[in-house]
Design a protein around this ligand. Sequence first.
Ligand SMILES: O=C(O)COP(=O)(O)O
Ligand SMILES: [Mg+2]
Length: 227
Amino acid sequence: MDSDVPPLVVDIDGTLTDESRALDPRVVPVLREWPERVVVATGKAMPFPIALCEFLGIERTVVAENGGVVFVEATDELRLEGDYEAAVAVAEAYRDLGYDFGFGEIDLANRWRETELVVSLDRPLEPLEELAAAKGLVVLDTGFAYHVTDPVVDKGTGLEAVCEELTLDPGDFLAVGDSVNDAQMFDLAGEAVAVANADETARDRADRVTDASFADGFLEAVAPYRA
Ligand SMILES: O=C(O)COP(=O)(O)O
Ligand SMILES: [Mg+2]
C-alpha cells in the first residue's frame, strides 16, 4: 500500500455484510491492515461497531445510531445527540395504535440505543412516519430496519465530529455504503462509493457504484488502494 491511501469511513449492514447481516470474513484483513484511520459509521447501536473494532483489533472510532452516537477512543470522546425522548414518545404512540416493533420481547435491536429507535421492516410504515413527523423526527428505511431518527444528526454530522476530534478533513475520506443513511457522509467524503445493492439515494449521492454487491462491492471499492 502506498501513502495515497485515504482514511476510510465504512458502513456495516449491506456493505461489510451479506443481506442477512452476516459479516463477510474477507473484509477483516482489509480493515485490520488499512494504513490510515478507519471510522465505522452505522445505524446500529454502539455496542455493535465497538465490538467490530475490538474483534478487528483496530482503534475504536465509531459513529453509531446514524450519527446520534459518536465515540473516538483516541481522544476519549463520547457525544450523544438527538431527541431520544421524542423517539420513545413515538414508540409509545405506535404501541398505543396496536403495533409492536417486531423484534420480539427481548429486543436486541433497541436494547442499547441512546438517541434513536428502530422498527422492523415488516411493521406498518405510514403510522410510524406520521407519529415521527409530529415529533420532528424522520423515518429512515435502510433496507434492514426503519430508524426513527432526529434529523439534526446523520452519518455526515458524525463524521464531522470525528474529524473535529482527530483534526482530519472529511473531504480526505473514502466512504463506502449502501443506503439512504449513508447519503450525508457520501456528500462530505472526497470519494463516495455505493455498493451495487445500494438504494437509489445512496447511488445518486455516490461518485461511483461498484459492479459487485455487498462485501464483494466493498472489496471492489477499496481495490485501487490495495495494489
Ligand atoms: O442496520 C441498519 O438498519 C443500518 O445499519 P448500517 O448503517 O450499518 O447499514
Ligand atoms: Mg448499510
